[in-house]
Design a protein around this ligand. Structure first.
Ligand code: SF4
Length: 697
């Protein structure tokens, strides 16, 4: 009997956890966390433990498919790769010739890794500026907030923190690489503060749990800054030597008294004061900032308000704070020379859909603008779309309007693992390889300080990696000169600056970088002033607020008081730990842990509404209603309810409204109309009003 253990990297999400795959006679018999992996240190989440079940699932797309019946009818014919890629290339080139390259939209779902930038490269050499993803509400607000505050991307050094603050994030559910160091820090005696409307498992263990009204976190951060400045609790030496804009900030935060912030956030004033003092007193502190605050209109500026707190307390650059790392010595996948960004001229880029909704430093098209263009034909009509791994009907705002828009496209192709509601609306489907079925380099934007190897452990059959698909599609499009012979040549080229071959990398497995404590002492911050910018002139020049200004979100009892009586509750969402966004609901072991979409509701509120624990309820707002199952949650604010993100029902038939795509999906009731984030163009996904009532049988 031959046994073997392959060291690889999980690629279900972007956290890049190290994994050991045990094989017996070529068959996978066990998957476990790699104790030597620098990020997850041996831990794996439940999704990764279900990797084999995902890979072997009978519903996986295993061959290229071409639609036979009407769109959404579920009738497919298996075809060769040559035919499928040929058809996609023909449709793209036809549209380009007839309507211009911008008529072809390149749409990505959740980030996957380096292949995302290969996708962008292909879109760029094709000449289309209409490239988009979830960037407007995920990762980019946070990266750009850092850019305008610190000048570069910094990471938490929380293994060495005296206090870890977890703000709008649930790392115990979603991020082993953040959770493992956090656990170790807390076991060593570090304090823990959690800011979240929902009492997460970490909140239960925390020294402080602050429960703001969803989407008001910026006000809370500014209220804490008010206390820290007015009580002189900030790091005076750091502020004096390494920041600009302190006087403007001091004046600005005078409006954010604990009393006023208390009214905005529904947090007692004395709790705000205590949280500020606790944060300032326990240094070094690291703040783990989650995606929750990126799903709102004030996305970039809320993140910035939190980073300003870190600057005020001298937690930037210090061991245990937020620090800079060196980059791994591989080709930078985000560099314009890699993505070949200049193949789309400035004028052509300005024609991208939604350009008017984003700041001048943002280059993507805006998803809502693509939908509106398809519905109205203005400013012009897209005709073709290629979708990489995205169940966009469930993850873009206003699902039903997104479906109506996609119906207007002449041709849609997608590469995915499963026939999701979105893939069911396509004309050609490409079977993408599972992460255990192909080699790849992993270098995540979330964790940019290392590169790892992902190894092919089992045969892909007729499936291909996204990168290999782009290489082959580029040839069909007549753009092969911009690509590599195959994905292996590509990987060798990416590794060249590191001076090792792919085979050598398989043995080394990780290229880890080093922390650069107090990097600014060797050349300053990479901002225009060379200092940490509490006040940002660069943002002002880009037409944004130089200091974060709290504005009431759309669709709340304060911004639309005339509807407060009809919609008395505030709705926010969580991502269930067992799924990734709108995926994996067909995986039995995962679904058993979360069989239904759950609405957490305070029992007092529920009883007033005649709702018992476990009742199916409607969540309704201006756009319609969806169903969830009520779960009593004593610790929730009585006026806040928390639903699940990304539901659809793979067990329902395709003719049951595309597997029930809009029945329980929160995005069936989110708005795709302005206001959008003025910098990022993101729509509002959290913190809006609703009503909840029982589904009568
Ligand atoms: S958090 Fe889970 S799904 Fe994501 S990489 Fe780590 S083990 Fe895989």
């Amino acid at each position: 009997m031959n046994t073997e253990v392959v060291r690889t990297t999980c690629a279900i999400c972007l956290q890049d956890c190290g994994m050991l795959v045990h094989l017996k006679d070529g068959e996978i018999v066990k998957i476990e966390g790699d104790p030597d992996a620098p990020l997850n240190m041996g831990a794996l989440c439940v999704k990764a433990l279900a990797s084999l079940e995902i890979r072997n699932h009978p519903d996986r797309v295993r061959h290229p498919l071409i639609r036979k019946g009407k769109r959404g009818e579920g009738k497919w014919q298996e075809v060769s790769w040559d035919e499928a890629l040929g058809r996609i290339a023909d449709e793209m080139n036809k549209a380009k010739e007839k309507y211009g390259p911008e008529s072809v939209c390149w749409l990505r779902g959740a980030a996957k890794g380096i292949q995302d930038n290969v996708f962008t490269r292909l879109a760029n050499v094709f000449g289309s500026p209409n490239i988009t993803s979830m960037a407007s509400v995920c990762y980019f607000p946070h990266v750009n907030a850092m850019r305008f505050t610190f000048g570069s991307f910094l990471m938490e050094d929380h293994t060495n923190s005296a206090l870890v603050m977890v703000w709008g994030m649930d790392p115990a559910s979603t991020s082993a690489p953040n959770y493992e160091p956090l656990k170790r820090a807390v076991a060593r005696g570090a304090k823990l503060m959690v800011i979240d409307p929902f009492e997460t498992m970490l909140a239960k263990k925390a020294d402080r749990w602050i429960r703001p009204r969803p989407a008001t976190d910026m006000a809370l951060a500014l209220g804490m800054a008010h206390v820290i400045i007015n009580e002189g609790l900030y790091d005076k030496a750091f502020v004096e030597n390494w920041t600009v804009g302190f006087d403007e900030l001091r004046t600005h935060v005078q409006d954010y008294t604990p009393q006023r912030v208390s009214e905005i956030c529904w947090v007692p004033a004395e709790t705000i004061v205590d949280a500020a003092r606790f944060y300032a007193a326990n240094r070094p502190a690291a703040i783990l900032v989650g995606n929750a605050n990126e799903n709102i209109v004030l996305s970039l500026q809320t993140q910035r308000a939190i980073y300003i707190l870190e600057g005020l307390c001298g937690n930037v650059g210090a061991p245990g704070g937020k620090v800079q790392w060196t980059n791994p010595p591989i080709v930078s996948r985000a560099a314009p020379e890699f993505t070949l960004q200049d193949h789309v001229s400035r004028e052509a880029r300005q024609r991208r859909l939604g350009a008017e909704h984003v700041a001048p430093f943002i280059y993507y098209a805006v998803p809502q603008s693509i939908v509106k263009a398809l519905i109205t034909g203005k400013p012009y009509m897209p005709h073709v779309a290629y979708i990489q791994g995205g169940n966009l009907l469930c993850t873009w705002t206003n699902s039903r309007e997104t479906l109506a828009a996609f119906k207007k496209l002449d041709f849609i192709a997608a590469a995915d693992l499963f026939l999701t509601p979105t893939v069911e609306m396509c004309d050609v489907v490409l079977p993408v390889a599972h992460f255990l079925e192909h080699d790849a380099l992993r270098q995540s934007g979330d964790l940019p300080f290392l590169a790892q190897i992902q190894q092919k452990v089992v045969d892909p059959g007729d499936c291909k990696s996204d990168t290999q698909i782009y290489i082959e599609l580029s040839r069909k499009l007549g753009l092969g000169d911009y690509f590599w012979k195959d994905e292996y040549t590509f990987m060798e080229e990416m590794l060249r600056p590191a001076g090792i071959t792919l085979d050598e990398f398989r043995k080394v497995h990780v290229l880890e970088c080093v922390r650069q404590y107090r990097h600014y002492e060797r050349g300053g911050f990479a901002t225009p002033s060379g200092k940490l910018e509490l006040y940002s002139n660069a943002l002002k020049e880009a037409g944004s607020d130089p200091l974060p200004v709290y504005r009431e979100p759309p669709e709340t009892m304060y911004s639309e008081p005339e509807l407060a009586g009809e919609y008395p509750l505030i709705l926010t969402t969580r991502k269930p730990a067992v799924f990734r966004h709108a995926n994996l609901r067909q995986i039995k072991s995962l679904r058993a842990r979360r069989p239904d979409p759950i609405l957490n509701i305070n029992p007092g509120t529920a009883k007033d509404l005649g709702i018992d624990n476990g009742d199916w309820v409607y969540i309704e707002n201006k756009r319609g209603r969806i169903t969830h199952k009520a779960e009593y949650t004593e610790s929730l604010h009585p006026r806040v309810v928390v639903g699940d993100h990304g539901w659809w029902y793979p067990e329902k038939r395709v003719d049951e409204e595309l597997h029930g795509f809009a029945e329980s999906c929160i995005n069936a009731i989110t708005s795709n109309s302005p206001p959008y984030s003025p910098e990022m163009g993101g729509a509002t996904l959290r913190g809006t009003f609703c009503k909840v009532y029982k589904v009568e049988k």
